[in-house]
Ligand binder design. Structure first.
Ligand SMILES: Cc1cc2nc3c(=O)[nH]c(=O)nc-3n(C[C@H](O)[C@H](O)[C@H](O)COP(=O)(O)O)c2cc1C
Length: 192
């Protein structure tokens, strides 16, 4: 079964570190033969939300929403890569995700959290869980927290702390199961 996954990252800081975590998990997905796309609000040039994607007529949809909308629509699930800003998810991540709604429905998500400190952003991950449920993309039971993100992963997304290679296997095996189960269920129809 071919699988498509959107990796959604959400820091727009000039010295951002989480991009390393996003590249790491994307590499791991690619190694499995999944078709992955990174959605990065900095690259996309996403402004603070005015209207949701669904509120635009086709001919008036801003350029910056066209690609992410297509990627999310085509995806079988989402890996949300979240830092921790004051124990919550970064605003640029939520801002990007808030533009969309039905694009997430009936598909699973998985949370990769990270932080500069030892806790790997787990407090933001717990906050994200209820948010993702509200968006219609329930998150899998496991999370992948990455501590000391500035040094544990390098610029190319390679694990300097090699324990993350092993941890990512269990995490992505679990996500793989949910991706396939939800895809099969979607193929049999959805309630609405
Ligand atoms: C506004 C702000 C709030 C932060 N709050 C936390 C926090 O609550 N817990 C934590 O472990 N680190 C916190 N940090 C440190 C981040 O974990 C670290 O800067 C990380 O690299 C941020 O992700 P980014 O580089 O991808 O933007 C905070 C950083 C910023 C900029």
């Amino acid at each position: 079964m071919s699988l498509k996954v959107a990796v959604i990252y959400g820091s727009v800081r000039s010295s951002r570190q989480g991009i390393k975590a996003a590249k790491f998990i994307r590499n791991k997905c690619d190694e499995r033969g999944w078709e992955t796309t990174l959605l990065d609000p900095l690259e996309l040039g996403i402004p603070l939300i005015d209207k949701m994607y669904k509120e635009y007529d086709e001919e008036n949809t801003p350029e910056y929403l066209i690609e992410p909308a297509k990627v999310l629509q085509d995806s079988d699930g989402f890996i949300v890569v979240s830092g921790e800003y004051n124990h919550a998810a970064p605003p640029a991540l939520l801002n990007l995700m808030n533009y969309f709604q039905k694009e997430y429905h009936w598909k699973p998500s998985a949370i990769v959290s990270y932080s500069a400190g030892p806790f790997g952003g787990v407090r933001a991950a717990m906050h994200l869980r209820s948010y993702l449920n509200e968006l219609g993309t329930p998150s899998i039971p496991s999370i992948l927290p990455i501590s000391k993100v500035y040094s544990s992963i390098d610029e190319n997304g390679k694990a300097v702390d090699e324990s993350y290679n092993k941890r990512s296997i269990k995490f992505l095996d679990e996500f793989d199961w949910y991706l396939k189960a939800f895809k099969e269920a979607r193929n049999n129809g959805t309630p609405y």
